[in-house]
Design a protein around this ligand. Structure first.
Ligand SMILES: [Zn+2]
Length: 456
């Protein structure tokens, strides 16, 4: 009897040890097959041609809706404009009274010049070094699917969110987001979600620090025009349209250099200065035979500039500079506010600069910092995004929105040829989001959310 028990114990222990060793080897093979499934889902999403100006939203909607099904999550397709779907996926929290988390991404991508890429931009080729080449690999299909993969893992572990978690996929960001995020942010549907924090896109970081963005620069597209008496091409005289425009261009170029010098000296980051670049130059008297009439000084000349203004800038003094130095009427230059082709205010509806706080008044910021750190990542100093993202529509409502794409040790290739993301960075990013979503969805500082929301 005793012998029998011992034998059984021995057998059991061998069984458990062999089963535990086989389970560890099967879990590593399982995790490598899980990894390849994750990468393959990312590749499938990248292969959908959602490039502007003719994005295939039908296919991306089918794909994303199927992803939601595979996660046993409800999804809803919303169209404010026909053919421009938003896909809203909901993971219900145990305390839906609390404000919700919105994980935002856009489904469209910018076009790509196929012949200038080493691999086709919609093949999502994984090379032997582990790089996944595709349009959208950085901007921002990576983020959209990383959210879903993080949710998949958290669900797999039995994690239950307290807050409702929404994963939103929106169209048309690359053409301004007017029929996507903008209409959505102003909709009843959005109001009904009681969103407390929005995560949107950031930028890759060439070093080991992830980048997080708390604001963005506003585009001011300015056209200045000079008029002057026309004259013979051989005559030297003052106040010709060309001369006046060139004087302005010189002044603007000096200002541009002064801003750029601050970046070069390491005193300011890209998003902290006013950037200004000439977009077009229009002058001359056309000739059907030679292109332009050469012996005539034209009576009009125009130049267009793309200016990006951070919400921290003194916009009044910038407008004065434009009126008094860049396009002064005493030099026959015209500049009217209406001549801005686009002028996005740096202030929200209540007159405050459109900025998400990064101090202790915003618990979401500290939660993000801690969550990134807990997942083994490093976060750089908060930055102003140099261009525009859809986050502005949510910040304009006074909501906190953080721009964050977890891509460290990665060159910034958004909108560039050969955009790629290394698969290991992609996988690491999923871990980072697991940590962030867990922290955000569990956050319940005051028990009831009433007070904390006011503070946000
Ligand atoms: Zn983007």
């Amino acid at each position: 009897m005793k012998f029998k028990i011992l034998l059984i114990a021995f057998l059991l222990s061998t069984l458990t040890s062999s089963s535990s060793s086989s389970s560890s080897s099967s879990s590593s093979s399982q995790s490598s097959s899980e990894e390849s499934n994750i990468i393959s889902r990312f590749q499938q999403y990248l292969q959908i041609k959602t490039d502007q100006p003719t994005p295939n939203y039908t296919q991306s909607t089918i794909f994303l809706t199927n992803q939601a099904k595979s996660l046993s999550l409800q999804s809803q397709t919303i169209e404010f404009v026909s053919g421009k779907p938003l896909i809203l996926i909901k993971w219900e929290g145990t305390n839906p009274e609390l404000s919700s988390i919105m994980l935002y991404s856009h489904t469209d991508v910018v076009p790509a010049e196929h012949d200038k890429w080493v691999h086709h931009p919609f093949e999502a080729h994984l090379d032997s070094d582990g790089r996944i080449y595709a349009r959208g690999s950085q901007d921002m299909k990576c983020v959209g699917l990383q959210y879903l993969e993080a949710v998949r893992r958290l669900k797999g572990w039995g994690f239950q969110p307290k807050r409702n978690v929404y994963v939103l996929f929106a169209p048309d960001e690359e053409i301004g987001g007017h029929d996507g995020a903008e209409k959505f942010s102003l909709s009843e549907v959005f109001r009904g979600l009681n969103v407390g924090i929005v995560l949107d896109e950031g930028l890759a970081s060439p070093d080991e620090h992830y980048r997080a963005f708390y604001a963005e620069r506003s585009p001011w597209w300015l056209v200045i025009k000079a008029v002057g008496a026309p004259g013979h091409g051989s005559k030297l005289y003052d106040n010709s349209a060309m001369e006046n425009l060139l004087k302005s261009i010189e002044i603007i170029r000096r200002y541009r250099a002064s801003q750029f010098d601050l970046i070069k000296a390491g005193l300011k980051a890209d998003g902290d200065v006013v950037s200004i670049n000439m977009a077009f130059l229009k002058a001359g008297t056309p000739s059907p035979t030679t292109g332009y009439v050469m012996n005539l000084q034209p009576s009009e000349a125009e130049a267009g500039f793309d200016i990006r203004v951070p919400p921290t800038a003194d916009t009044e003094s910038l407008e004065r500079r434009i009126a008094e130095e860049w396009a002064p009427s005493w030099r026959n230059m015209s500049f009217r506010l209406g001549q801005f082709q686009q002028k996005v205010s740096v202030y929200d509806a209540s007159g405050k600069p459109v900025i998400t706080k990064t101090d202790s008044s915003n618990p979401w910021w500290a939660l993000l910092e801690n969550a990134v750190q807990e997942a083994g990542g490093k976060l750089g100093k908060p930055e102003i995004f140099p261009a525009s993202t859809d986050a502005r529509y949510f910040r304009n409502l006074g909501l906190p929105a953080i721009g964050f794409s977890p891509m460290a040790n990665t060159p910034i290739l958004l909108h560039d040829h050969n955009e790629y993301l290394h698969k290991d960075e992609y996988l690491k990013g999923i871990k980072i989001y697991e940590s962030i979503i867990k922290a955000y969805a569990s956050f319940d500082e005051h028990g009831s959310d009433g007070r904390s929301k006011d503070e946000l």
